[in-house]
Design a protein around this ligand. Structure first.
Ligand code: AP5
Length: 305
């Protein structure tokens, strides 16, 4: 079975286009994906269509946002809509860059629905399904799980009523241009793309020290975020792919794909310094989200006036 190595899983994706809902472990599962096999031209199409979606965007003046490392006001693109729509945020970064940790903090404050591709895959593995078995094989090798499995799972979760009502925080998806294109084809457009930047030497230490609480879902680190009590410490678990050997494979996969994904969202990207403590990382993200909401509010008030 092939994993997505440097992903453009066109054959599988193309076979899924236009197919009616297929029987699967998840009812009503269906895939829709682009037929275009040239990601770069698709990228141009995406940015061009976003120009009408995001007010203030100028194709002649690309709005790549500067790294968000100061308290100075940043110029975020504003979604031009008169009605208040829920936020749709993507968060990306290398393995152990702190995506899950920040998602816990973001959802606590903003009430978004956290949709984590890795968590969906681990749930599929735990269900004992064939898709789960295939996913685990890829994850063991630090490679991407094929699009026909991942796209379907993410799509289904984003279509749930809570994601539509409260907004979503998409974690670890897309990880390739083909996944980004599939999401756009399905009609899901993010307002902001957060990239956590962490030097590689820190990532390995974070991975091997990570522990998870199976009861609360909270993420710990033996050194940086130790469990509060002995009772919690005694029940912590470790992920099967959290070894030094496997994280190096995951990092290679990340490097192979990250630029292609970033190029799809450069006009709505903020780069966040993820190497400081988790509270300071959250402060940067919180400021960006607050500004986004403030600008939306101002836009909707001026449209209503
Ligand atoms: P996934 O589960 O998404 O793993 P990942 O991307 O490698 O990211 P992690 O979950 O390891 O780390 P994180 O960034 O969430 O960091 P965390 O907050 O936990 O994916 C696993 C696999 O599934 C992939 O390898 C792939 O095979 C497959 N997959 C997933 N998505 C896919 C997709 N879209 N397509 C195809 N395949 C897909 O933090 C890590 C540790 O650091 C913790 O211990 C934490 O306490 C600590 N920490 C966090 N922040 C800080 C801080 N600021 N300072 C100090 N310590 C910190």
């Amino acid at each position: 079975m092939a994993c997505n190595v440097n992903v453009v899983h066109q054959a599988a994706m193309a076979s899924a286009i236009g197919q009616p809902n297929k029987p699967s472990q998840r009812p009503n599962a269906s895939l829709s994906a682009p037929s275009n096999s040239k990601p770069k031209s698709c990228c141009k199409l995406l940015l061009s269509s976003q120009s009408s979606f995001i007010s203030g965007f100028s194709p002649s003046r690309p709005q790549t946002l500067t790294p968000f490392r100061s308290s100075r006001a940043q110029n975020f693109p504003v979604v031009g809509s008169a009605k208040a729509e829920p936020l749709r945020i993507m968060i990306s970064g290398a393995p152990a860059s702190g995506k899950g940790t920040q998602c816990q903090l973001i959802t606590q404050k903003y009430g978004l629905v956290h949709v984590a591709a890795g968590d969906l895959l681990r749930a599929e593995i735990a269900s004992g399904s064939e898709n789960g078995r295939r996913a685990r094989e890829c994850m063991e090798q630090g490679q991407l799980v094929p699009d026909e499995i991942v796209v379907m799972m993410v799509k289904e979760r984003l279509l749930q009523p809570d994601s539509k009502e409260k907004g979503w925080l998409l974690d670890g998806y897309p990880r390739s241009s083909s996944q980004a294109i599939a999401l756009k084809e399905l009609g899901f457009k993010p307002d902001l793309f957060i990239l956590l930047e962490v030097p590689e030497e820190i990532l390995v230490e974070r991975v091997v020290g990570r522990r998870l609480d199976p009861i609360t879902g909270k993420i710990y680190h033996l050194k940086y975020s130790p469990p509060e009590t002995q009772e919690i410490a005694s029940r912590l678990t470790q992920r099967f792919d959290d070894t030094e050997e496997k994280v190096k494979l995951r990092l290679n996969t990340h490097h192979q794909n990250v630029e292609a994904v970033l190029s799809m969202y450069e006009d709505i990207t903020i780069k966040v310094n993820g190497s400081v403590n988790k509270e300071d990382v959250f402060t940067q993200i919180d400021s960006a989200l607050t500004q986004l909401l403030d600008k939306r509010q101002a836009t909707s008030e001026s449209l209503a006036a």
